[in-house]
Write a protein that binds this ligand. Structure first.
Ligand code: CP
Ligand code: NVA
Length: 314
């Protein structure tokens, strides 16, 4: 048995404000230092389990770990005994004897929490059906490097109320920005996240009107209309088309507004080419910042990132 109390990165809401701030600030600093930054994870191994496809998460975690001095193992859930019904709990106990941290991209969120409850090494959420916190950490880094502190700013979401949005909702509470969400009726976000964020004092507005959400916003965000594993719940594109982020919708935002998308994008569906490739789009900066943000998340899991003295917790 190793560390009996590992530091997991499961969700934005499971990490204290001061720690989240320290991670974003550390990421900005590591990005500036580039490969001259420290290599605190020399000799450590990260196992990554993928129950769903990935380009960015897979490559950015792999490169992040190498740049921190560590090594990685990339595992497909389907090719592990997990795919033949070995339990998540037993898998957690076994992997904890071999590796120093585990990242998992999976389906049901309770697979992640069960892994974390049974692992004796840090566990990181690389996306579940419910949330995608690493994406939002990269997005906050991206916003702040372009526009300064996110606190008090207005973010607008137009599209499906999915896992990426749930983590953005959690971030609105932790980082104190306003979030306006426009979805078609029936595609609203999971209200547990919205109620929790409101309970922490966040301003989260729900509407079916994308113009209401986007008007005056500092950042406009969208994502696919059909998330991985949700194909059976797919709804007609005509339902989502009014929520497409196009130049007409962007014109309602603050003229300085950024456009964000976690990628992969479905051009011509949730976003047009003109917006994706236009001057307000920072989608490839977001993709790059997955690397920098995750270096700091990994370092934080190993106690290498700490809030500044006197920073707010909670
Ligand atoms: N944004 C994101 O998580 O991309 P991948 O699915 O390619 O990892
Ligand atoms: N909402 C998308 C995000 C992909 C990175 C999905 O879950 O498929």
């Amino acid at each position: 048995m190793r560390n009996g109390n590992p530091r997991h990165f499961l969700d934005i809401s499971t990490v204290a404000r001061g720690e989240l701030r320290a991670i974003v600030d550390d990421a900005a600093s590591r990005k500036t230092l580039g490969r001259n930054a420290s290599r605190p994870l020399e000799g450590k191994t990260l196992a990554m389990i993928f129950d769903k496809p990935s380009t960015r998460t897979r490559v950015s975690f792999d490169v992040a770990m190498r740049q921190l001095g560590g090594e990685t193992l990339i595992l497909s859930g389907a090719e592990m005994q997990l795919g033949r019904e070995e339990t998540i709990a037993d898998t957690a106990k076994v992997l904890s004897r071999y590796v120093d941290a585990i990242m998992i991209r999976t389906t049901a969120h309770d697979r992640l929490t069960e892994l974390a409850e049974n692992a004796t090494v840090p566990v990181i959420n690389g996306l579940t059906d419910d949330t995608h916190p690493c994406q939002i950490m990269a997005d906050l880094l991206t916003f702040e490097e372009k526009r300064g502190p996110v606190r008090g700013k207005i973010f607008a979401w137009s599209g499906d109320g999915n896992n990426v949005l749930a983590s953005l909702v959690e971030a609105a509470a932790r980082f104190e920005f306003t979030l306006r969400i426009a979805t078609p009726p029936g595609s609203e976000p999971d209200m547990r996240y919205v109620e929790n964020a409101r309970g922490e004092g966040a301003t989260v507005l729900l509407t079916n009107d994308p113009v209401e959400a986007v008007t005056g916003a500092d950042c406009v965000v969208t994502d696919t209309w059909v998330s991985m594993g949700r194909e059976d719940k797919a709804r007609g594109h005509n339902v989502f088309m009014p929520y497409q982020v196009n130049e007409r919708l962007m014109a309602h935002a603050n003229p300085e507004a950024l456009f964000m998308h976690c990628l992969p994008a479905h051009r011509g569906e949730e976003v047009t080419d003109a917006v994706m490739d236009g001057p307000q789009s920072v989608v490839f900066d977001e993709a790059e910042n997955r690397l920098h943000a995750q270096k700091s998340i990994l370092a934080w899991c190993f106690g290498e990132v700490a809030p500044a003295a006197g920073a707010a917790h909670g």
